[in-house]
Design a protein around this ligand. Structure first.
Ligand SMILES: NC(=O)c1ccc[n+]([C@@H]2O[C@H](COP(=O)([O-])OP(=O)(O)OC[C@H]3O[C@@H](n4cnc5c(N)ncnc54)[C@H](O)[C@@H]3O)[C@@H](O)[C@H]2O)c1
Ligand SMILES: O=C[C@H](O)CS(=O)(=O)O
Length: 483
């Protein structure tokens, strides 16, 4: 399956379909292993030039009114939705996502642009009653400056617009390095942004086969005033430290280890499909996927049976085929990690109820929906993100035990609880250590609500009102001599 004419029309000269003369790397189709296209392999020099260009472009953009910026962002949103089929297929080809989900990724990404086009008009300051006569006190909101950003492969459009939407709405310019697995999706976003009227030079997509060199510039160049990262906690810690030398404003959207706590009194007609959706969405490759599923003992067997039936309905196949429910994992490193986690859990007593190993007949990246029971606490997958379609189930007895198990992790991004007892629901949602709690809900993500984690899952929030604040600085003005 190749890039279609509609996709090539969007990408234009940002890519090459044959090995180019310039330094380049390939983007692969995980469903087939084929090369999709080649993109520039950039480094420190290109990144520094991009920052120079962004810094030059920002003043004119910041001088526009929020309403003028909103008009251009609204046009960008419209172009994304008008190209939803082509962009959805591109995401499916480049990231392996099941096509029906990939179309949703386009709409999710466009939603951030639409939301922040509006929010940019609400960057309110305020006046403050002065404590002494002859003064007026007020605050104004100003764009933080040139933004540096680094994003992951698993949501190749929305993790970018979740940053560029508020950055541009606030009046900033940006230099962004996408993941090496999904550079085409990032370039397509920029191409359409420029067609919508975002000035050349305001957004730079710096594609690179390895992130370290580009990341070092984005985290240490003093001209970058805000650094925003989405990715693993391990890399986030490295970048956080690198930002210290210039005291950059920073946002970190990092790894998760989401618990699901299903109580005896749960409505299984809600809990089972919601857990399946959370677990198997994007083939289990989301930061908010159910990673540890705790089921109260009284319903454990019934829950295992019903979740297994849900998982069996997920057809494993190439992302672009309409019937596909589970696409391939992103690359061999991912498939090897998931395989090792399952084998290690089984070696410690876990039982495979469904799936459990790569479907070699389809290819090395095709990992089927997998259900594991009797997973021991000491299994690696209790403490590590599985990042694959593997449901690990653990029984528990009391509410206190369920909460303690849920919180037994240094991560705190998403968590889920299922109960029909409203008081229990409120108690548990307050006690669980996470930035986001789904109460009888398996998919929370929306541009209108704040997304982010606590503990080692990150700093700051994206989306919602909070998302714009990450790209603004509050200036306090004390107006004296008015007596
Ligand atoms: N919290 C969230 O909103 C969120 C969203 C999506 C993914 N994630 C997390 O991201 C991880 C999966 O994505 P991934 O595999 O792309 O993560 P990753 O951390 O390996 O890579 C993320 C990005 O960082 C770059 N990178 C890697 N090493 C770098 C370095 N030394 N300097 C600069 N850049 C570097 C990569 O090239 C990529 O662009 C998971 O842990 C997942 O939970 C979190
Ligand atoms: O993987 C991380 C994404 O943020 C998942 S979500 O679609 O935003 O929930």
């Amino acid at each position: 399956m190749k890039l279609t004419p509609a996709i090539l029309d969007i990408l234009g000269d940002a890519i090459s379909q044959t090995p180019p003369a310039y330094k380049a790397f390939a983007s692969f189709n995980p469903s087939t292993g084929e090369v999709l296209a080649y993109v520039r392999d950039m480094g420190a020099e290109e990144t520094e030039a991009a920052i120079t260009s962004a810094q030059a472009a920002m003043p004119e953009w910041a001088a526009k009114t929020a309403k003028e910026r909103a008009k251009i962002l609204e046009k960008w949103h419209d172009l994304l939705m008008q190209n939803q089929e082509a962009l959805g297929l591109l995401v499916s080809l480049e990231q392996g996502r099941a096509i029906k989900e990939a179309r949703g990724e386009v709409a999710y990404a466009a939603g951030f642009i639409e939301w922040f086009a509006e929010e940019g008009k609400r960057a309110y300051g305020r006046t403050i009653p002065a404590p002494v006569a002859g003064k007026q006190l007020l605050t104004v909101q100003q764009p933080v400056g040139v933004v540096g950003a680094v994003t992951p492969w698993n949501f190749p459009l929305s993790m970018i617009t979740r940053k560029l939407g508020p950055a541009l709405a606030a009046g900033c310019a940006a230099v962004l390095k996408p993941a090496e697995d999904t550079p085409l999706s990032a370039l397509a976003l920029k191409q359409l942004a420029n067609r919508a009227g975002v000035p050349e030079g305001l957004i730079h997509i710096v594609t690179a086969a390895s992130g370290a060199e580009v990341g070092k510039v984005l985290t240490t160049d003093p001209r970058i005033k805000k650094f925003s990262f989405t990715g693993s906690t391990a890399v986030g810690k490295t970048l956080y430290a690198q930002c210290a030398s210039t005291i950059k404003k920073i946002s970190l959207e990092l790894g998760g280890n989401a618990p699901v706590v299903v109580f005896d009194d749960a409505d299984l007609d809600i809990a089972v499909p919601a857990t399946a959706l959370s677990k198997f969405r994007n083939s289990g490759q989301t930061c908010v996927c159910a990673n540890r599923i705790f089921v109260q003992r009284g319903i454990y067997d019934a829950f295992v049976e019903r979740l297994t039936a849900e998982a069996q309905r997920l057809l494993l196949g190439p992302g672009w085929e309409e019937g596909t429910g589970l696409g391939p994992l992103i690359n061999q490193k991912a498939a090897t990690k998931v395989t090792q986690l399952v084998e290690e859990a089984v070696s410690k007593g876990a039982r495979v109820v469904l799936g459990g190993k790569v479907d070699e007949a389809q290819g090395p990246l095709y990992f089927p929906a997998t259900i594991l029971t009797h997973v021991p606490r000491e299994a690696r997958m209790f403490d590590e993100e599985i990042f694959g379609p593997v449901a690990a189930l653990y029984p528990f007895d009391t509410e206190a035990e369920g909460i303690a198990l849920a919180n037994d992790t240094p991560f705190g991004l998403a968590a889920y609880a299922f109960t029909t007892d409203i008081k229990r629901g409120w108690r548990v949602s307050q006690a669980i250590e996470a930035g986001m709690v789904g109460l009888n809900d398996g998919v929370m993500s929306t541009e209108v609500a704040p997304f982010g984690g606590v503990k080692e899952s990150g700093l700051g929030r994206e989306g919602a009102v909070e998302g714009l604040e990450e790209f603004l600085e509050t200036k306090f003005i004390s107006f004296g001599g008015l007596g």
